[in-house]
Ligand binder design. Structure first.
Ligand code: GLA
Length: 727
C-alpha cells in the first residue's frame, strides 16, 4: 500500500519505489513532517518532531507545556504565520477582525485510489485509478473556521508525489488568504545545494547551483507569467550530488503565473522549502462557503543523482501531464516561416516554401506572425484576428488549399492575450487592456495585455479565433505571449479584490486554452512566449510542446536545452534548424534533434548540399523519434561543467537502442576525451555502425569510448547510434 496510516502513532507513510515520506499528527494537532528521503520500512521515527525547543525565546503550545514541541523549531508540514512559527510560512489568513494569526490543527483524513482534478486549473492526472493513491488531510483553524485540506498523490512506480492545498471558508465572515502555497517541506539539515534555472529572452533556463546558506534564498516571478528569468523549478541536492550519484529533491510547480520557490535555513541548520503562488501582489478574498485551490506542485526524490531526478520528471510528464492526441501520436515535422521571412511574406512566398519543403520531406507549414489586420511590423494589429488580404489575397482559404494540395498540413500563429494600441479591437474597446485607471500603462513590444480576467474579453477573442478554426482545416497553432504584465488591475474587480488580479489572469488564460483544446482536440498546440518565457508544466498540460527559445544558434542552444532538460522531457522542447551561420547544417540538425525538431528558415535558400543534409535529417527524425521523445536522457558532458564540449545520450526503454550526440563547443583538443555511456544493459552486445564496433554494454559504460578525435573542431558534431545484436 503506497499510503498507510498507523492509528497508534498517528503517522502517515507515503511510499514510492524511491522514497518514503512520513507525516505525524502530534498530540497538539500540529501536522509534522518526520521524514522525506530514501525508502525506509518503519512506520514512525522517534525524536524527529521535537528538534529542540529553545531557540530565541521559542514559544510552545500550552497543551504540552515547555517539554512539548515548539512551532518555532518543529518540522511543520504546512507552516502557518503568526502562531509561534517564525520561518517562511506557507499559509497566512487575514481574518475578518484584521489579524493574520493562522493556526491549523488536524481534523480528519481520507485515503483513496486515483487522483482528483483541480477545477479550472491544469494538473497531472492518472490514466487509471490504480496508478496512484491520494491522501487528503483536513486541518482547521478553530478560531476562524478556515479549513485547509492538504492533498498528496503518490505515483508509486515513478518515484513521484504531487501536493496541493484547498482552503474553504467555513466561518460566517469573509477572510483573506494572504499566502497559500502549494508545498512546504522541512528538511532536517542544510548540507545541500540549491539548483534553479535562470535566464532572459534568448538565453533561458541556465543552470545555477549554490550551497544553501542561512536565511532566505530562492527565485520568484512577479511578471504575470512563469517567465524567462526564473523557472518554477528548484532542486535541493546533496552537496556532492552529480548526474549519477547523490540525494536529490526536485520540485516543479504546475503553474504559469507569479510564483516563489524559496528555501530558508534557520539557526538549527535545518531547511524549509516552500513553493507556490507568489504572495507579493496577492491576496484572495474568501466569502463564507467559498473555496480556493492552489496549483499543484510535483516532487521527486531519488538518491541516484541529478540525471535520475530529471528522468523521473520526464517519464512522469510524458505519461501524466501531456494530454490529448499528440501525447502519443507522432507529431508532424514542421517548417515555420518566421526566421525565413519575418513579416515579409505573402501567399506566393508561403506556397513556394511549401513546394521546397515538400521536396525535402517536411510535413507541415506554419505561418507565423504577420498574417492578420494590417501587420507588417510589430507596431500594430494584435487583437485583429482577421486576415490581411494584401498579403494573403483571397483570404486564408486560398492559401490553405494550396498548402494542403501539396500534401502538407497547415499551422498558424496567434497571440490571443495581446492588443496593439493601433488595432480595431483597441479602438472599439479602449478599456479592455490591463491598466490602472488614471495611469499610462507600460508598453512592451508596442503592445498591451488584454484583461483576460473578464469573460467578455475572453469571449471576444474566442469568437475571433473560432471563426477561423471552425471554417478552415488548421492542424497546428503557435500560441505566443510576448510581454510581461504591469499595471495589474481590472476594471471589473472591486477594490478589495484587485490583489486577485494576477491569479485570475492565469485562470482566464487557462480557460481560453481549455476551450481551444477541447473544441479542437486534433489541433497540435505549441506554446511560446518570446521563445521560452512560459515554459512550465501548466502550459504543458495544454500544449505538448513549447518553443524553447528564440535563440536558434545551436551552440547557444546547448546550455538552454541542457538546463531545460533538468525537468522537461525532449518531447516538449521546441527546437528548429535555422539559417544561423555559426555552424554547418549538420550541427544545427543534431542539436534540434534533441527536441521536437523542425525548420525555421527559407528553404529556397538552401544549397543543394544542404538540401541533401535536410533529407537525411528528416529520415533521422523518423528513425529516432521514439528513442528521443520517450527514451531516457543521460547528460554525459554538460556545457555548464565543460567549456569545450557537450555530449548527451538517449536510451530506449527496452535498452536496445541508444543515440549519443557530441558537439564541440571550442577546440576539444585540450585533452584526451573518454566518454562513458550510461543506462545500457551491461550484458547485451551493442553495435555502432559509425564506429564499426560491437561490444558489450558493460564495456561502453565502464571503459567508455574515445571521443577525442570525433568531430573535434569548433562547432562540429557527431551522432553515434547503438543497437543490440545477438551474440
Ligand atoms: C516571438 C516568438 C517568435 C515569433 C515572434 C513573432 O518572439 O518567440 O518565435 O513567433 O514572436 O512576432
Amino acid at each position: 500500500m503506497p499510503i498507510q496510516f498507523d492509528s497508534e502513532s498517528r503517522t502517515f507513510k507515503l511510499d514510492t519505489d524511491s522514497s518514503s515520506y512520513l507525516i505525524k499528527i502530534h498530540e497538539t494537532g500540529h501536522i509534522l513532517n518526520l521524514y522525506y528521503g530514501a525508502p525506509i520500512p518503519d512506520a514512525t521515527i522517534q525524536g524527529r518532531e521535537k528538534r529542540r525547543v529553545s531557540a530565541s525565546f521559542s514559544l510552545y503550545d500550552p497543551i504540552c507545556g515547555i517539554d512539548g514541541i515548539s512551532p518555532d523549531t518543529a518540522p511543520m508540514e504546512y507552516g502557518c504565520n503568526g502562531a509561534g512559527d517564525f520561518r517562511v510560512s506557507a499559509l497566512s489568513v487575514r481574518n475578518h477582525n484584521g489579524d493574520s494569526t493562522t493556526d491549523i490543527r488536524y481534523a480528519s483524513h481520507r485515503i483513496y485510489p486515483g487522483k482528483k482534478k483541480i477545477p479550472g486549473m491544469p494538473t497531472t492526472y492518472v490514466n487509471a485509478d490504480n496508478e496512484a493513491d491520494t491522501l487528503e488531510i483536513d486541518a482547521v483553524d478553530a478560531v476562524t473556521g478556515i479549513r485547509i485540506t492538504l492533498f498528496y498523490t503518490v505515483f508509486h512506480d515513478l518515484g513521484v508525489m504531487t501536493r496541493r492545498v484547498r482552503a474553504v471558508n467555513y466561518s460566517q465572515y469573509p477572510c483573506h488568504l494572504e499566502r497559500v502555497l502549494s508545498l512546504c517541506m522541512d528538511i532536517p539539515s542544510m548540507d545541500f545545494d540549491l539548483i534553479t534555472l535562470h535566464g532572459r529572452h534568448n538565453n533561458e533556463r541556465n543552470y545555477c547551483r549554490r550551497p544553501l546558506v542561512r536565511g532566505l534564498q530562492g527565485v520568484e516571478s512577479k511578471r504575470g507569467s512563469s517567465s524567462h528569468n526564473h523557472n518554477p523549478f528548484a532542486a535541493i541536492v546533496q552537496c556532492s550530488a552529480n548526474e549519477e550519484y547523490g540525494a536529490c529533491y526536485g520540485f516543479n510547480l504546475v503553474y504559469s503565473g507569479n510564483f516563489i520557490a524559496m528555501a530558508e535555513c534557520d539557526f538549527n541548520a535545518t531547511t524549509r522549502f516552500v513553493m507556490g503562488i507568489n504572495p507579493t501582489d496577492f491576496s484572495w478574498k474568501l466569502e463564507p462557503g467559498e473555496v480556493f485551490d492552489t496549483p499543484e506542485a510535483v516532487m521527486v526524490y531519488t538518491d541516484r543523482g541529478i540525471g535520475e531526478m530529471s528522468r523521473m520528471f520526464h517519464r512522469f510528464y510524458n505519461r501524466h501531464l501531456i494530454r490529448g492526441r499528440w501525447k502519443t501520436e507522432k507529431r508532424p515535422l514542421l517548417i515555420n516561416n518566421w526566421e525565413g521571412t519575418f513579416f515579409d511574406f505573402n501567399t506566393e512566398k508561403l506556397v513556394a516554401f511549401a513546394d521546397t519543403a515538400k521536396e525535402l520531406g517536411i510535413e507541415m507549414l506554419v505561418m507565423d506572425d504577420g498574417w492578420f489586420g494590417k501587420r507588417n511590423d510589430d507596431n500594430c494589429s494584435l487583437g485583429d484576428w482577421f486576415v490581411n488580404e494584401q498579403k494573403l489575397p483571397g483570404g486564408l482559404g486560398v492559401l490553405i488549399d494550396q498548402i494542403h494540395a501539396r500534401g502538407l498540413k497547415f499551422g498558424m500563429w496567434f497571440e490571443p492575450e495581446m492588443v496593439s494600441p493601433d488595432s480595431e479591437l483597441f479602438r472599439t474597446h479602449p478599456d479592455w487592456h490591463i491598466h490602472v485607471k488614471g495611469r499610462h500603462p507600460m508598453l512592451g513590444r508596442h503592445q498591451y495585455v488584454l484583461d483576460l480576467t473578464r469573460r467578455d474579453v475572453r469571449e471576444n477573442i474566442w469568437q475571433q479565433m473560432d471563426a477561423i478554426l471552425s471554417k478552415y482545416e488548421i492542424d497546428y497553432i503557435k500560441w505566443d505571449f510576448n510581454r510581461n504584465i504591469s499595471d495589474a488591475a481590472s476594471a471589473l474587480l472591486e477594490p478589495e479584490r484587485q490583489t486577485e488580479f494576477f491569479h485570475r489572469y492565469v485562470l482566464g488564460t487557462y480557460q481560453l486554452m481549455e476551450r481551444l483544446t477541447t473544441t479542437y482536440p486534433n489541433i497540435l498546440l505549441e506554446n511560446c512566449s518570446g521563445g521560452g518565457g512560459r515554459f512550465d508544466p501548466g502550459m504543458l498540460s495544454f500544449s505538448p510542446q513549447i518553443w524553447t527559445s528564440d535563440n536558434t544558434d545551436p551552440i547557444d542552444r546547448l546550455p538552454i536545452q541542457f538546463g531545460t532538460s533538468l525537468c522537461y522531457p525532449a518531447s516538449t522542447m521546441g527546437a528548429h534548424v535555422s539559417a544561423c551561420s555559426r555552424t554547418g547544417i549538420e550541427t544545427r540538425g543534431n542539436v534540434a534533434l534533441w527536441g521536437t525538431f523542425g525548420y525555421e528558415l527559407d528553404p529556397r535558400k538552401l544549397t543543394e548540399a544542404e538540401k541533401e543534409a535536410v533529407k537525411a535529417q528528416v529520415a533521422e527524425y523518423h528513425q529516432y523519434y521514439d528513442l528521443i521523445h520517450y527514451g531516457d536522457l543521460y547528460r554525459l558532458v554538460s556545457p555548464w561543467e565543460d567549456q569545450h564540449l557537450a555530449v548527451w545520450e538517449f536510451v530506449s526503454e527496452s535498452m536496445e537502442e541508444a543515440l549519443v550526440t557530441k558537439v564541440s563547443i571550442g577546440n576539444v583538443w585540450d585533452r584526451y576525451r573518454l566518454v562513458r555511456m550510461k543506462g545500457l544493459d551491461p550484458n547485451k552486445k551493442y553495435h555502432c555502425p559509425q564506429l564499426n564496433i560491437t561490444c558489450s554494454g558493460a564495456l561502453l559504460m565502464n571503459a567508455g569510448i574515445d571521443m577525442t578525435e570525433l568531430a573535434a573542431w569548433d562547432y562540429q558534431s557527431a551522432k553515434l547510434y547503438f543497437h543490440t545484436v545477438d551474440e
